[in-house]
Design a protein around this ligand. Structure first.
Ligand code: HBI
Ligand code: FE
Length: 291
């Protein structure tokens, strides 16, 4: 995630905390229709692949409506359920500002929607990725508490390598996380939930590894930023995440200073291996850098 660097300033129409008005009235009909088409395509794929918490979140927030939702309408329900509210931002915002919002149970969501040319893939988080991918999970109390704890942890992160470690934790959980269920692994990561191809790939392909979630392992593992992940980490339940972030990270950051980084596709003898991938997909496409 090539986030804004630390000392960039908000655009003229944004407040000091980078928030803007969603300006819902300004969306064009074609943009509302694009949202509806993106939503319909995902809803053909996600039942049976997305976790229960996500599907329940969609229905309790009534995120089945036609067109781009109005944040203030969503907020009335979301705030009553888990105390979270959505704030509109123009795009990626500096880490420290992002952490500050999460620490106060505010989820920053892009107010723009991808262009027709980006229908299948957009790197920056647009309103579909943020609202359809992330927000339903915020109706799950434990996950909602994890997201706030993550933000609070981010505010305590004092140097760059702890930010790298936190970015990996966010990436392999909030964006690309899987959770075990009685019927096999299910998706809770927003980066997958908003992507049709990766929603199938992460569960059905033999290519990627699936490894049991382990906090230190995740923080030592680099990730791909513009292609399917080579490894997915799987939690047993959302308490795994909340407990992992409830500890003091200072000793972990200390250990990380001398611990090795692992390439995205590597497996280790100590891993709880659920699937050892054959990496056929990654070997064909290994062109990108990793973080
Ligand atoms: N900004 N709008 C926005 N959305 C994100 O997901 C986001 C961000 N800034 C930083 C960031 N994510 C990542 O670096 C997190 O790991 C902090
Ligand atoms: Fe995201």
């Amino acid at each position: 995630m090539n986030t804004k660097d630390r000392d960039s300033i908000p655009p003229p129409h944004a407040a000091a905390d980078w928030t803007i008005d969603q300006n819902w009235a300004a969306y064009r009909e074609e943009e509302h229709q694009r949202w509806t088409r993106l939503h319909e395509r995902q809803m053909e794929i996600l039942p049976g692949r997305a976790c229960e918490a996500f599907l329940e979140g969609l229905s309790v927030l009534d995120l089945h409506g036609e067109g781009i939702p109005e944040f203030k309408t969503l907020n009335r329900q979301l705030e009553a359920i888990s105390g979270w509210t959505i704030v509109a931002v123009p795009g990626l915002i500096p880490d420290i500002v992002f952490f500050e919002h999460l620490a106060n149970r505010r989820f920053p969501a892009g107010n723009f929607i991808r262009s027709e040319a980006e229908f299948d893939y957009i790197e920056a988080p647009d309103v579909f990725h943020d609202i359809f991918g992330h927000v339903p999970m915020l109706t799950n109390r434990v996950f909602a508490d994890y997201m706030q704890a993550y933000g609070q942890g981010g505010l305590r992160a004092q140097n760059l390598n702890s930010l790298d470690a936190l970015a990996r934790l966010y990436w392999y959980t909030v964006e690309f996380g899987l959770i075990a269920s009685a019927n096999g692994p299910r998706i809770y990561g927003a980066g997958i939930l908003s992507s049709p191809a990766e929603s199938c790939f992460c569960l059905e392909s033999r290519s990627p590894n699936r490894i049991g979630f382990d906090l230190m392992r995740v923080m030592q593992t680099r990730y791909r930023i513009d292609d399917f992940q080579e490894t997915y980490f799987e939690i047993q339940d959302f308490n795994d995440l909340f407990e992992a972030t409830s500890q003091d990270f200072a000793p972990l950051y200390k250990a990380l200073e001398i611990a090795p980084d692992y390439p995205p596709g590597q497996t280790l003898a100590r891993d709880r291996l659920i699937q050892v991938g054959d990496q056929t997909y990654a070997n064909k496409t290994r062109l990108t850098l990793t973080h």
